[in-house]
Design a protein around this ligand. Structure first.
Ligand SMILES: [Cu+2]
Length: 125
């Protein structure tokens, strides 16, 4: 009796695994498609977040032509200002977002004009 019960359980487990196995490829296919779309901006995505008076990630790596979005999650205002030239200079009140498309490869430092401790870099390749 015990052996039969074990076999029955094993069969159910195998059936369950087989069912999962047949479902997974479809799930993986759809989620991979979503991931690919989201990852087009390059490693680490293409979004910068301002939170607790800091930019994150401190260094964002994207490929040329990527539109980078900055979201200010703080209540207070900040700016997203390029260190050199006037590539971008956005005033971001609490909850605001801004974006800039980086067409050329290079390393672009930026800062907040209100808080000197707030700095970051976008590396475009
Ligand atoms: Cu600031």
């Amino acid at each position: 009796m015990r052996t039969v019960r074990v076999l029955a359980v094993a069969t159910l487990l195998l059936l369950g695994l087989a069912a999962c196995g047949s479902d997974d490829p479809a799930d993986d296919g759809s989620s991979q498609g979503t991931t690919t779309t989201a990852a087009q901006g390059g490693e680490g995505g293409s979004a910068i977040t301002i939170e607790n008076t800091a930019f994150a990630p401190a260094t964002l790596r994207v490929s040329a032509g990527t539109k980078v979005t900055v979201e200010n999650k703080d209540a207070g205002g900040h700016t997203w200002t390029a260190d050199e030239g006037d590539l971008f200079d956005e005033a971001l009140s609490g909850g605001a977002t801004a974006s800039h498309t980086f067409d050329d490869a290079g390393t672009f430092g930026y800062h907040c004009e209100i808080h000197s401790s707030m700095t970051g870099t976008v590396v475009v390749s």
